[in-house]
Design a protein. Structure first.
Length: 155
């Protein structure tokens, strides 16, 4: 084997080794706690939820109930809950304000911060008068949220 050919194979092997030894930082998925990007765009197929169109004060001024959803982008439970918010938005908008709040950027001085219990995903339903009518944790709460919204939207 001539020297040029041997150097070509050696170079190819070194590139292959370098690629195989890379950390798996870009390998995320719905079943892990790795950061992949915005969960609503990636897992709910809906980038219209973020940033929220209104905040809590604006929703209450408009006479609308609000659903606050506290989340982080690198939580498998939040990733699994993201499609549920898409369904809530489709079913209850425009009568209800769906307000996703990334807790990594939550300012302690905002009115929404007083409802956050330091766990995600957390869903808080607030009626038109500003009263908390549901405050639940976890990714399997969609039936409770829908039932609560159905009750407070009745005339």
């Amino acid at each position: 084997m001539n020297l040029a050919r041997w150097q070509g194979w050696l170079g190819l092997c070194l590139v292959a080794i370098a690629l195989l030894c890379q950390p798996n930082c870009a390998l995320g998925g719905i079943n892990d706690d790795n950061y992949d990007g915005n969960i609503f765009v990636l897992y709910a197929g809906n980038g219209s939820l973020v940033p929220p169109k209104v905040n809590l004060a604006q929703s209450l001024r408009l006479g609308k109930p609000a659903v606050l959803v506290f989340y982080i982008d690198d939580s498998k439970d939040c990733k699994k809950y993201a499609p549920s918010l898409n369904r809530l938005q489709a079913k209850f908008t425009p009568a209800v304000s769906i307000i996703p709040i990334n807790v990594d950027s939550l300012q302690p001085t905002t009115p929404e911060a007083k409802y956050y219990r330091q766990l995600v995903p957390q869903t808080v339903v607030i009626d038109r008068q500003g009263q908390v009518v549901l405050d639940v944790l976890g990714s399997q709460v969609l039936p409770q949220v829908e039932a609560t919204l159905g009750q407070i939207l009745q005339p």
